[in-house]
Design a binder for this molecule. Structure first.
Ligand code: ZN
Length: 252
């Protein structure tokens, strides 16, 4: 614990909720090529502007029972979900890491949240968000003691592992299983976790992907052509490996 275990912990959580609210703007607007500054928040259906006092992360959704106050259109559950998840990420970071590490961790994982939700819906990864992730990592070299070499190897090995996996599955299944966006994502994930952990990350993401594919198949019927967005699996796996410091040497 690096912060006193009292009410102060509400601060990183609230800050995370606000960041989550901004992530929602990115998730909605980046793939649709809409400016992220103008116009202000509005209901996607009736276009009514949402004043700041009705734009409180998490709480507005709860008080309005998940509906637009003007046209009663249902608001996507994604909004409160992204806010809550991001709030928890910032709370987790500040209760487990020293301040400078916590800021980097929470900023990087928040970027992954935006990337994952966009990929899940649109099957694309905006290059601008990959750059944000890269910038956070570069900042990390300046404010925390991290090995640049380990990051470079991580990026390189990640690219090589996933690149070969894409090539092999393409040869076997005669179709593209992952996109180039995933290859770019793995570069920053590799730089974040290092060359050994990126291998575990890819392995874990394949297992999670297979699991989700099976659950989807059981619920909706199996489709051979079903394409799954891979960024959420890669991101979740990288965070798990990073948080639990999973050491592959324990399994060999
Ligand atoms: Zn509305």
């Amino acid at each position: 614990m690096h912060l006193p275990t009292n009410g102060l912990l509400i601060l990183p959580f609230i800050f995370g909720l606000i960041i989550g609210s901004f992530l929602n703007v990115l998730i909605y607007r980046l793939p649709r090529d809409i400016s992220i500054i103008k116009p202000g928040s509005h209901c996607p259906k009736c276009k009514t502007q949402i004043p700041f006092y009705r734009n409180i992360p998490l709480f507005s959704y709860i008080f309005q029972l998940g509906k637009c106050i003007v046209c009663k259109e249902n608001i996507s559950i994604r909004y409160p979900l992204v806010e809550l998840v991001t709030g928890c990420i910032w709370l987790f970071a500040f209760t487990n890491y020293p301040m400078s590490n916590a800021i980097i961790f929470a900023s990087f994982v928040s970027t992954l949240v935006a990337i994952s939700f966009i990929d899940a819906e649109f099957m694309i990864i905006p290059i601008s968000l990959l750059f944000v992730g890269l910038l956070v990592l570069i900042l990390n070299y300046f404010i925390n003691e991290v090995s640049v070499l380990k990051s470079l190897y991580g990026a390189l090995f990640g690219f090589a592992y996933l690149g070969s996996m894409i090539l092999i599955t393409r040869l076997i299944f005669k179709k593209q299983t992952m996109g180039y966006g995933d290859l770019l994502l793995i570069i920053i994930l590799g730089a974040w976790v290092g060359q050994v952990d990126i291998f575990v990350t890819i392995l874990l993401s394949a297992i999670i992907g297979l699991l989700v594919w099976t659950i989807f198949g059981v619920v909706n019927g199996f489709q051979r052509e079903l394409a799954l967005p891979f960024a959420p699996f890669l991101s979740v796996s990288a965070v798990i490996v990073r948080v639990f410091n999973i050491d592959i040497m324990n399994f060999i």
